[in-house]
Design a protein around this ligand. Sequence first.
Ligand SMILES: Nc1ncnc2c1ncn2[C@@H]1O[C@H](COP(=O)(O)O)[C@@H](O)[C@H]1OP(=O)(O)O
Ligand SMILES: [Mg+2]
Length: 228
Amino acid sequence: TRAGKIIKDVMSSGELGVVQKVPSDWIVTESDLEVLSSNCPPEYVETKPEDIVVWVDPLDGTSEYTQGLLDHVTVLIGIAVNGRADTMGSHRFRSWRFSASRTPADKFIVTTTRSHSDGIVVKALEALKPDEIVRVGGAGHKVLLLLEGRAHAYVFASKGCKKWDTCAPEAILEALGGKLTDIHGNNYGYGKDVQYPDAQGIFATAKGVDHALLVSKIPQELLDAFPY
Ligand SMILES: Nc1ncnc2c1ncn2[C@@H]1O[C@H](COP(=O)(O)O)[C@@H](O)[C@H]1OP(=O)(O)O
Ligand SMILES: [Mg+2]
């Protein structure tokens, strides 16, 4: 309700030209009764505002967006509680829209970048010996491919992604049985003091895929290129 009042005040003050151009029926100024009427989940009862960080990527897949590849583009809003991507909220409010299906059992498919590749990115993929490599844009889009059963793993041995690229995808993927870590197999922290780059790369797997086994196939010399 307070946020609604702030938006109304801003709109009537005329201070933000960009806000004035948004059609008024696009702006939700009332609180969502469905959310408010559910009891506070017990795990959040002690949570304080300072324990929460919201990571927003308003347009993930920028390069593909500029090339008109709009299905590679997502809007990412991730909530971190006490430094962890919040899987419980993703689970509870079930606000996703995609059709989940099993990944094919007869071949091993890895998805990766189509616009930020380099020699190390390629070497890490080769180490996994995939049957097929799906090169598409966007961290959000690639995690959707894992959720839809269209790839087994998303591997990006590069420092290019940022916390806003992975917080929301990690939360939804982990809520639905998958895993998103760095290429050493460790989860990222998303607290307010973390560095923005995902400096140890991305290693994400779909539900049912042996994450630790796949991570163990990355050669030590590649891991050494991504120290903590
Ligand atoms: N080298 C890089 N420089 C800037 N952003 C990068 C880089 N590599 C990856 N990203 C970000 O991570 C996302 C996933 O990478 P990719 O699409 O190459 O697989 C990209 O959509 C991009 O986010 P964004 O598009 O929001 O700038
Ligand atoms: Mg992005």
